[in-house]
Design a protein around this ligand. Structure first.
Ligand code: TXT
Length: 423
């Protein structure tokens, strides 16, 4: 009897553990008669303002496939990359389906952690996807993800604060500085929130000075050319002149809170922050007070990076059949339209932009052309690691621990160590 209980307990414990993860649930995924069954564990990285919608949409899959249980797990953006790599690398605890940032696909695929989706139900109506969104799903001739949402950065601004200070929406970082001076004297508030903790936010300054991270065609590191240092100089001057305030950590929440509470008049952010901003006291009773404009130009040009999210299947999943169908469902036109209606996130399917509700969404109508002209990064496995050196040096520049010239040089040196065949 004792052995019997022990054995049963052990099996139950294993089943419980497995249910919390993906690849270990042991379900074949197909019951008799071809109906889907078992569990699909989905790791979603969406933020606090988005996750309620994504969880509801994910659970909607169970209505279509009653034999399947969706185990929705929300994983913070900053931890998700390492968490997935550790789980997949140890073949223990990885999810069946992973919300995969555009720069993570090539990296995870290169490590063998993703199941190719070509020829599976996951890639449904592929011609309906935006070409820009598809680019980050490909690796060595195979497709390792289905596009979910595409985005770029923009200048969020408080219309009333700018109007009260008698300033127009800035179109350059020089104009941001001038406008900030007028906002400060009028309201005592700071003009701009400048993300000092997230390297992605360095890119509009780098592009604005006419630079880029790499010249992939000629395999040349370009981040330490003159524009790279100039970009750090522009950011430092905005902070030192008090035109902008910044943070070395938790910048996402600090920026969103400062903007939605009216402590700053402007912030550079993306569609993922629209819902969070509209919930703030400056906008919840007057959604029209939220303005969105192209990111300001630098001395050379105006440009913003392309970001976004895809859906991938873990190569070690024991339930790939249900995982493929789940990806098909979550990246379907219907679910994309529902996501836009709830969160104003941009669809990756051309057909969804034709929907009346999407055509009527002012935020989407702004962001679509911004995304169309956004700068694509090289979708190479190392792309994932290009940001850490920027994050380190940007923090040192903004706290005066290094000069913009030395910062750009150090980032360039880090890239040459990372990319052996680049000059
Ligand atoms: C790892 C890169 C951009 C939005 C919610 O999720 C670290 O994790 C690397 O890829 C850029 O595209 C945009 O959608 C919203 O739903 C690991 O532990 C790594 O992530 C990224 O490539 C994004 O496109 C969601 O929309 C270390 O071991 C790296 N971190 C870039 O990330 C946009 O991402 C929203 O995302 C490992 C990181 O650099 C990222 O910027 C993102 O905003 C999201 O919240 C050591 O090498 C440092 C850089 O931040 C930008 O925030 C965030 O708000 C590095």
């Amino acid at each position: 009897m004792r052995r019997g209980i022990a054995a049963t307990a052990l099996v139950a414990a294993l089943a419980l553990t497995a249910a919390a993860c993906g690849g270990d649930d042991g379900d074949s995924g197909k019951s008799s008669g071809g109906k889907l069954s078992g569990t699909v564990t989905f790791w979603d990285t969406s933020n606090d303002a988005e996750k309620g919608t994504y969880q509801k949409l994910a659970k909607g899959f169970e209505e279509l496939h009653p034999g399947v249980k969706v185990n929705y797990v929300n994983v913070a953006f900053g931890e998700a990359n390492a968490k997935f790599k550790n789980a997949a690398g140890g073949n223990s605890g990885a999810p069946d389906v992973m919300r995969t940032e555009v720069a993570w696909v090539a990296d995870f695929a290169n490590l063998g952690y993703l199941a190719p989706l070509d020829g599976t139900p996951a890639l449904d109506k592929p011609d309906d996807y935006l070409g820009q969104a598809v680019a980050s799903t490909k690796f060595k001739g195979k497709t390792y993800a289905a596009p979910q949402t595409i985005d770029s950065l923009a200048l969020f601004y408080n219309k009333k604060m700018l109007k009260d200070a008698g300033v127009k929406v800035p179109t350059s970082f020089d104009e941001v500085k001038t406008a900030a001076g007028k906002i400060k004297s009028k309201s005592g508030k700071t003009g701009l929130y400048l993300r000092g903790d997230d390297p992605y936010y360095y890119l509009p300054y780098l592009y604005g000075e006419g630079g880029d991270l790499l010249d992939t065609k000629n395999k040349k590191v370009t981040v330490d050319d003159a524009p790279g240092a100039a970009a750090f100089k522009v950011m430092k001057d905005l902070v030192d002149s008090k035109a902008a305030t910044t943070d070395a950590s938790d910048g996402y929440n600090n920026q969103l809170n400062a903007f939605k509470d009216g402590d700053v008049a402007m912030a550079i952010d993306g569609p993922w922050s629209i819902e969070g901003a509209l919930a703030g006291k400056q906008f919840k009773n007057d959604k029209g007070n939220l303005g969105v404009a192209p990111v300001p130009a630098g001395s050379a040009r105006q440009a913003s990076p392309q970001g976004g999210w895809n859906l991938s299947a873990y190569a070690g999943s024991k339930n790939l059949d249900a995982s493929y169908e789940f990806i098909k469902y979550m990246s379907s036109a219907k679910v994309q339209q529902q996501t836009t209606e709830k969160l104003s996130l941009l669809p990756t399917r051309t057909s969804v932009y034709e929907a009346k509700s999407v055509k009527g969404n002012q935020m989407v109508q702004f962001f679509k052309p911004a995304v169309a002209t956004s700068v694509q990064r090289p979708w190479i496995p190392e792309a994932n690691s290009l940001f850490e050196p920027i994050r380190l040096e940007m923090g040192k520049v903004l706290t005066g621990k290094t000069s913009p010239d030395d910062a750009a040089k150090d980032v360039g040196d880090a890239y040459r160590k990372l990319l052996k065949d680049y000059k």
